[in-house]
Design a protein around this ligand. Structure first.
Ligand code: SF4
Length: 343
């Protein structure tokens, strides 16, 4: 089968003890059955630690929410003693993600990891393909998959070469028209056309939605409230951020758009990509107004925090996907208006 990944995929390496927001802290990790058997059969001191620190096939976090195998130096004791191949599936995959469509497997690295965020924000915009052994996948609609692959190529080709903010407005309209063709079962790709933002951007309503999310990190709501209180100083996304925002938009389209193969839904996935690019750009602008030395590192950290909050909570993703249909500020016009004010 074909394995497709963004061209920066192989550049990622976990930075382990140098990581400031380790994925081994704060997350409940479920151990897959094969690895659970291996741990159960392990003898010696590590074997007794496994028996003391695993309940219901999950690592029991310490009172500071650390994985019990994350040592004081910030390194993993399982990795050190048994090697990388003995990590459970989640630990060895993270932050990589995968999706299967018959003879095609797609993968990437998730923006929720600080090192992955650096790689994504500075990496290439192309994709590479290799041959890998066949793997199982769920049933899917082959015709719809082929149609969405073509539609995604159209979207990404415009995002990577055009004026980002106007291409995002066009993308939002393209998705609405594409959805109509899917709903009718008439798979004829719509034209890509220039799109203007007619209405006024409702920045405070849009940012307000982020205070309704379930906070994954306790700092999230106070942080968003702080950025909300400073809304008067916002005069639009900054052109200097366009290249990194382009990478974020392509990341969201690549990662989520083809999931429409399984449910026929594309509008909310495209608006999620547009909203994510705008919100991260807004947070960067806010950061720059407060701190003159706000640079690449801070941009990567902000994007990572956004991703953790939005992408790594099913409830939060669902809330946003519903909001795209229910809130005026996240309608097609509402989102396009966000990309009309550029400073
Ligand atoms: S968040 Fe990323 S860099 Fe940090 S420990 Fe996890 S995989 Fe490594």
């Amino acid at each position: 089968m074909i394995f497709r990944v963004p061209e920066y995929y192989s550049e990622f390496r976990c930075i382990a003890d140098r990581c400031r927001d380790s994925c081994c802290i704060g997350w409940e990790i479920e151990i897959d059955p094969e690895t659970a058997r291996l741990y159960a059969q392990t003898g010696g001191e590590l074997g007794s630690r496994f028996r003391d620190s695993i309940r219901d096939n999950c690592f029991v976090l310490t009172p500071y929410e650390r994985c019990p195998f994350l040592n004081k130096q910030g390194l993993c004791d399982i990795y050190r003693e048994l090697g990388e191949e003995s990590l459970c599936q989640i630990c060895s995959d993270h932050p990589r993600y995968f999706e299967w469509f018959g003879s095609v497997k797609e993968g990437g690295i998730g923006l929720c990891c600080e090192e992955a965020a650096r790689v994504i924000l500075s990496g290439g915009l192309g994709f590479t393909e290799t041959e890998v052994p066949e793997e199982e996948c769920q049933e899917y609609d082959h015709e719809l998959f082929g149609y969405l692959v073509l539609a995604r190529e159209v979207i990404i080709s415009h995002l990577v070469r055009g004026d980002l903010f106007s291409e995002i407005r066009s993308m939002v309209d393209f998705a609405d028209e594409l959805q109509e063709t899917i709903d009718k079962g008439e798979y004829m790709l719509p034209e890509w056309h220039e799109s203007h933002s007619g209405s006024h951007a409702d920045v405070s309503d849009v940012m307000g939605i982020f205070t309704e999310l379930e906070p994954i990190d306790e700092e999230w709501i106070p942080y968003i409230n702080k950025c909300l209180s400073d809304i008067g100083g916002y005069h639009g996304l900054r052109r200097e951020h366009a290249d990194m925002l382009r990478r974020i938009t392509v990341y969201f389209i690549y990662r989520y758009f083809l999931k429409g193969t399984f449910d026929g839904e594309v509008v909310s996935r495209v608006r999620l990509a547009a909203l994510s690019a705008w919100t991260v750009g807004y947070l960067w602008d806010c950061g720059m107004r407060k701190n003159q030395s706000f640079g690449f590192e801070e941009c990567a950290e902000t994007a990572k925090n956004y991703s953790k909050e939005v992408e790594y909570s099913e409830d939060n993703l669902e809330l946003l996907c519903d909001a795209f249909y229910e809130r005026k500020c996240l309608s097609a016009d509402g989102i396009k208006a966000l990309f009309g004010e550029i400073s």
